[in-house]
Write a protein that binds this ligand. Structure first.
Ligand SMILES: [Zn+2]
Length: 435
């Protein structure tokens, strides 16, 4: 029998409105036995105390790209989910833009088997909205839902017309599933890129493409009673304003922001091929970045999602867009000035926020609140401890991150998911090693 007593932590549980200093948690064989102040240390139990550390429900990532099957040289499910656990995530949502895309039941079942075999933490699989992610004919959403898809997204592409999106929203509403979109208007992207029809060549990505896509999507949502629409990686102040107004109107709209859009800025949104910090949508201005942060704190943005997009190493001119970053999500947020004074809101955007986006499809995934007597799904982190992404600390196969070698604030000490310790920082809490 293994017993662990975490002593004097700050306990933040947004599901139950809890934010308590100096709490003790007793875990026995992965079950959270007791929560309270000044718990007695049982005989034979290991006591661990780390000043200023925090325990929260394990995090849920709404948006990552696991690349397998199809592109195993970019990422492996095992590596990405180990990186997720090291980032405090007890479950992740994987996007459908694999090679080939997850647009049939047969493909969904195959990838679910891979996820189950190799995932260090549970992987909730999204299915495509449209066949081949092309924005035309809808996939068989009903059959995909029956086979266990947790939502629908063509992420990476956004070729659906307003009418097509409205149709997808109405069908997904019947299934109680969310439709998540990558809001960049492809007609405008094509125009901005000299009418090139090849999405991989669209390097110029003006803010107006995001605004246009969000406006049309909100209009489609108005025509689709009962539907839930989620906007992935909102990147502009204008986009945030549209979300704010739609929410004030009472529309069932949710939105996420990525760690890199919260932390970094780009020149103008038309980063050229030599820009090492290239992603879609691109990094925007300081005013955009500040607007995202404010929107996150006030609740206009519901969730932080990694958009983990690992790629093989390549010279700058040949790099594919996106960053490998599931391991540093928490650190990216805690690196913001003032983040620590909003810690319980930050935790909410990593736990209850993303779960609300999924709705009933998220039920059963680890991390839906802290309750004694149940299998532990917890993230224990030290918000003041620094770490540096390096070959020693980095678990994803993709090292395409602008933060390589940069010290980051906020280190996950241990993650429990469904009663299993899926991550342990052996250096910082050696007491638990071998448990
Ligand atoms: Zn995307």
């Amino acid at each position: 029998m293994s017993q662990i007593l975490l002593q004097a932590v700050r306990l933040i549980d947004p599901f139950n409105g809890v934010d308590l200093e100096e709490c003790d948690l007793l875990l026995e064989d992965g079950v959270l036995e007791k929560v309270g102040a000044g718990l007695k240390l049982p005989k034979g139990a290991t006591a661990v105390r780390r000043e200023g550390s925090v325990v929260a429900p394990s995090f849920l990532d709404l948006h990552c790209h696991l690349r397998e099957p199809g592109q195993p040289w970019k990422e492996r499910i095992a590596r990405a989910t180990a990186a997720a656990a090291a980032g405090g995530f007890g479950a992740v949502c994987a996007m459908a833009n694999l090679t080939p895309p997850v647009d049939t039941v047969e493909r969904l079942r195959r990838i679910q088997r891979h996820n189950k075999t190799w995932g260090r933490v549970p992987v909730l699989q999204f299915a495509a909205c449209t066949k081949d992610l092309e924005g035309g004919e809808l996939a068989n959403l009903e059959a995909l839902a029956r086979a266990g898809a947790v939502g629908f997204s063509d992420d990476g592409r956004h070729g659906m017309s307003e009418d097509r999106l409205a149709e997808a929203l109405r069908r997904a509403a019947e299934l109680e599933l969310v439709v998540a979109i990558h809001p960049e208007d492809e007609a405008l992207l094509m125009l901005a890129n000299r009418s090139s029809r090849d999405p991989s060549q669209w390097r110029v990505r003006p803010p107006g493409a995001e605004l246009s896509a969000i406006e049309k999507a909100i209009s489609a949502l108005r025509d689709s009673p009962g539907a839930r629409l989620h906007l992935q990686h909102v990147s502009t102040a204008g986009g945030v304003d549209l979300v704010r107004r739609a929410k004030q109107e009472g529309l069932p709209l949710t939105a996420e922001v990525t760690p890199h859009h919260l932390m970094l800025t780009g020149a103008s949104g038309d980063a050229g091929p030599a820009d090492p910090a290239r992603c879609n949508p691109p990094l925007r201005t300081e005013a955009d970045r500040m607007a995202l942060w404010e929107a996150l704190l006030e609740g206009t943005i519901d969730a932080i999602a990694s958009d983990h997009a690992p790629h093989e190493a390549a010279p700058p001119s040949e790099r594919s867009p996106g960053f490998s970053g599931i391991q540093l999500v928490l650190s990216a947020v805690l690196g913001q000035g003032g983040a620590l004074s909003h810690l319980s809101r930050v935790v909410e955007t990593l736990t209850a926020g993303p779960r609300r986006v999924l709705g009933p499809a998220g039920a059963g995934a680890p991390g839906d609140g802290i309750r004694s007597g149940e299998a532990a799904s917890l993230t224990w982190f030290d918000p003041n401890q620094s770490w540096t992404p390096s070959p020693q600390s980095w678990l994803s196969l993709g090292t395409n991150t602008p933060f390589w070698g940069e010290p980051l604030k906020g280190t996950v000490l241990a993650t429990f998911a469904g009663g299993r310790m899926v991550h342990l920082n052996r250096e910082l809490v050696p007491e638990l090693d071998g448990d």
